[in-house]
Design a protein. Structure first.
Length: 183
């Protein structure tokens, strides 16, 4: 293992140790929901549900502090619906099929549990994410790198139509996460 590989690995290992020891700032600024003031009972219950949802924090989902900080660093104030429903199940090792609109936080819903598990068991070639398009592969990689920046996560994108030698060199650097298109 080269010294740069051991340096990169130590970032993830150090973050894992810090997470296990409970190090890190857990201060949180959550956005509070506001009611509509309507007398309609259905709207009141929906507003009460939205208030409860907006008060749920990243820590409430069971994520380690360093990942909660990463979410806040990306200006994600509170978990989205797909994240609130998927992350706790994923952290328990359950299989999940999720359906949500574009821009709803689906990538975070699967990336955060993967990064959380990586901290529990730091190693190279930890996960492979398959996606149907090159564009989405690069977007997913950007999210993983942004969420994992504080812990030194390295990603590699492998897609068709790109230089094979360059991609082989990226794989040889032993990334933690590989994002690829099938084929």
């Amino acid at each position: 293992m080269s010294s740069s590989e051991s340096d990169e690995m130590s970032d993830v290992e150090e973050a894992a140790r810090a997470a296990a020891n409970g190090d890190g700032d857990s201060s949180d600024e959550q956005e509070n929901g506001s009611g509509t003031g309507s007398d309609d009972s259905e709207e009141k219950s929906e507003t009460a549900e939205n208030d409860t949802e907006s008060k749920q924090t990243w820590e409430d989902l069971g994520l380690v502090d360093v990942l909660c900080q990463a979410c806040r660093g990306l200006k994600w104030k509170a978990p989205s619906k797909i994240q609130r429903e998927a992350i706790p199940l994923a952290l328990k090792g359950k299989d999940i099929i999720g359906l949500a609109e574009t821009g709803s936080g689906k990538t975070g819903a699967f990336a955060l549990p993967i990064l959380h598990s990586l901290l529990d068991n730091p190693q190279r070639y930890f996960a492979v994410v398959l996606t149907p398009t090159r564009e989405l592969a690069y977007q997913i990689s950007e999210q993983f790198e942004a969420l994992g920046a504080m812990i030194g996560v390295k990603c590699c994108v492998i897609v068709g139509g790109m230089d094979l030698v360059t991609q082989a060199i990226q794989l040889a650097r032993k990334p933690h996460i590989i994002i690829a298109t099938p084929g």
